[in-house]
Ligand binder design. Structure first.
Ligand code: SF4
Length: 447
């Protein structure tokens, strides 16, 4: 059975049993994950603007600080380095490993933008570092402010990176029921190879992994917007933007360390950082073994194998049975529940048998279910369920004594489902082409 299934995977998606145990971060023809491709001509230098829609939402476009683009051609970004890479770089310069923490502290506590401002380092070291490195910084657009911001349900930031790639970040203020929650939804990759059928990012294909600095700067940029316009700090971070975080595992985990570090600027607690996966089992296993200070969410969307495989090609690789086993182990070791994200799609996964399967799956380990409204995407044929159907579905889960919440759709007016803003520029034809290409990309990643 295992052998036959392996052959099937290899034929359909290019996966194989052996490949599944390789390190999670794939290599891609023509790109080096985690390292910006600095040979691209910067096209955005000096361009910085914002715009608003005729709705109660603020959108803005931003870019990497101008000078980064030029410096990046000859020097390496200090914020792209992992702790080990930073220590290795310091060793190559003849410096002790403890300097790495001094550098990290200057970057993420003091928000130093120039190496020469790292006054905790000796001048000679600053000079050596300056010769080989620079500090990148993504910045939110100038002039985001407007009277409308107070009513904004979501603020979407589109960042253009130093290689011209685009990523998006969504800020979600939530004042309901006396809460004062300010959540930022961050991206972990440029595009995504997972090709989920209901997701705009899935149609873009994969370009590259984000660096640690690019992940952190999304939160920093959102923090500046939140503090300036809402007088509020970011309270929650969710890795539910573009990309599959488990496929950029090392950098995402280091970013979480920085975000939760009590000596750095963000100080976001473990219960307020959520890593969401489509169900990459080796990633869940690594997270179980790690000390990462975050919670885990699984994008489930169907607890019926065939339907899930139809909606999410990755389900052809990791079965519900395997997922269940991995989540049972995770919840046992971590003593924390898993959030099951369930996007309700009319006529697809909202029926009686869907609810029954979901109840059975969710009862296998401590879990909480989040039902999510679908934000319609142009040229993708799914529909949102009606309120009455949603309530009926929700009641079935509640009657089975499961904890269930419904995440109201916020940001439908700015296409705030993941990947939608960045995909706006793609025509229908391009979306179809990318969809086909994406399947080929999946094959090349895992072979
Ligand atoms: S839903 Fe998430 S994992 Fe699936 S294609 Fe979109 S970004 Fe990728």
């Amino acid at each position: 059975m295992t052998y036959r299934r392996g052959v099937f995977y290899k034929a359909i998606l290019g996966y194989s049993q052996a490949v599944r145990h390789r390190p999670l971060e794939p290599t891609f023809p023509g790109s080096n994950p985690g390292t910006p491709t600095h040979d691209a001509t910067p096209v955005f230098v000096g361009r910085r603007f914002s715009f608003q829609f005729n709705c109660n939402t603020v959108c803005c476009v931003s870019d990497t600080e101008d000078s980064n683009a030029f410096r990046s051609m000859s020097k390496q970004d200090l914020k792209a380095l992992s702790t080990n890479e930073l220590k290795a770089a310091l060793a190559a310069l003849g410096e002790p490993a403890y300097r790495a923490e001094q550098i990290r502290h200057a970057l993420y506590s003091q928000d130093v933008r120039e190496i020469d401002q790292m006054t905790t380092l000796p001048k000679a070291l600053r000079e050596k570092l300056s010769a080989a490195f620079f500090i990148s910084r993504l910045s939110p657009a100038q002039g985001v402010g407007s009277a409308e911001k107070e009513n904004a349900q979501t603020v979407k930031l589109l960042y253009e990176l130093s290689d011209g790639a685009q990523i998006e970040t969504v800020l979600i203020p939530d004042w309901r029921e006396g809460r004062k929650r300010m959540t930022v939804c961050v991206s972990s990759q440029v595009g995504c190879a997972m090709a989920c059928k209901f997701c705009a990012t899935g149609y873009m294909g994969f370009s590259r992994n984000l660096t640690i600095g690019e992940i952190i700067d999304q939160v920093w940029g959102a923090m500046e917007v939140a503090e300036t316009y809402y007088a509020q700090r970011i309270s929650n971070v969710v890795f539910m933007g573009m990309g599959e975080p488990m496929l950029n595992f090392e950098r995402v985990i280091e970013a979480i360390e920085i975000l939760s570090h009590d000596r750095y600027y963000f100080k976001i607690g473990e219960r307020h950082i959520t890593l969401s996966t489509v169900g990459i089992v080796p990633g869940i296993e690594r997270l179980t073994e790690s000390k990462a200070k975050c919670r885990l969410a699984l994008s489930l969307h169907s607890a019926i194998e065939e339907k899930r495989q139809e909606l999410m090609p990755i389900a052809q690789v990791y079965s519900l049975q395997e997922l269940k086993a991995a989540l049972q182990r995770y919840t046992t070791i971590k003593r924390k529940p898993v959030f099951l994200e369930y996007l309700l799609l009319s006529g697809i996964n909202d029926g009686e048998e869907d609810a029954k399967a979901l109840i059975k799956f969710a009862r296998a380990f401590p879990s909480k279910i989040n039902l999510i409204d679908y934000n319609p995407i142009a040229n993708i044929d799914y529909e949102r369920v009606t309120e009455s159907k949603k309530e009926k579905f929700m009641r079935k889960l509640a009657d089975a004594n499961l904890t269930v919440t419904c995440r109201r759709s916020r940001g439908a007016d700015i296409n705030a489902a993941c990947g939608q803003l960045a995909t706006q520029t793609l025509s229908t034809k391009k979306i179809k082409n990318v969809a086909q290409q994406d399947m080929r990309t999946s094959t090349s990643i895992h072979n």
